[in-house]
Design a protein around this ligand. Structure first.
Ligand code: AMP
Length: 213
């Protein structure tokens, strides 16, 4: 917050007849609270039957109960179904796809997982969360994003990471100009797909999806 500092110091204030700011104009009226039914998850994390090492990381990370998107999505992803999930940011979307895909990988049901995102920042965030959940597990990840060394990303991809977090432009560049094959990716996530469409990535995404198995 701004604390008690005035919005304009007297030094900078114009010497015109500008009126002082009335803070009341910028403060919203209190909204009457309404009864909100608390969310009751259908599942506990232990219901999902995750690998013990994965479950230990979930517990260690302080997740006690699934959020609504996790509660709804995890069983479908575990069953290998296709899914469209709608949830606001900050509601646990990342774990909603990472946890069941990590599980499927550990169970040998998925070989490699491609996560396509609109921005480098989001890719980094997802990889950070991946690292927490994959701690101590024999799983690697790599970032394929614009604005970073393409040679280093190629090197990282040569280690055949099971999880790749990618932005569409760089991913397409690597597949078309540097011989990156995507055929062994058998799971794909389009995170913030609406935003990727807004950003004009539709053709890149189509080209990428065509290359997956
Ligand atoms: P996300 O929407 O994926 O960006 O997640 C928002 C925040 O909620 C992150 O800090 C997560 O670590 C946290 N989070 C996600 N799922 C849970 C959960 N089941 N219990 C507690 N925190 C969670």
């Amino acid at each position: 917050g701004r604390g008690k500092r005035p919005l304009f110091s007297s030094k900078n204030r114009k010497k015109t007849n500008q009126k002082a700011i009335d803070p009341a104009k910028f403060v919203n009226k209190a909204v009457t609270a309404f009864e909100e039914t608390p969310f009751v998850a259908m599942h506990t994390f232990t219901d999902f039957g995750f690998d013990a090492r994965l479950q230990a990381n979930i517990t260690k990370h302080g997740y006690e109960s699934p959020t609504p998107i996790q509660d709804g999505a995890i069983p479908f992803v575990l069953a290998g179904r296709d899914l469209i999930g709608l949830a606001n940011t900050g509601t646990g979307k990342t774990a909603a796809f990472l946890l069941p895909l990590l599980q499927r990988l550990l169970a040998g049901q998925v070989k490699r997982c491609l996560i396509v995102v609109p921005t480098r920042e989001l890719a980094v965030q997802i990889e950070d969360e991946f690292r927490l959940f994959a701690a101590g597990l024999p799983l690697r990840s790599a970032l394929v994003v614009g604005g970073a060394s393409i040679a280093k990303q190629q090197q990282a991809l040569q280690r055949r990471p099971q999880f790749v977090m990618a932005t569409p432009g760089r991913l397409r560049d690597l597949t078309e100009n540097y011989g990156l094959g995507l055929a062994d990716f058998d799971a794909v996530v389009l995170d913030e797909a609406d935003r990727m469409l807004d950003m004009g990535f539709i053709r890149d995404i189509r080209t990428i999806l065509d290359k997956l198995s």
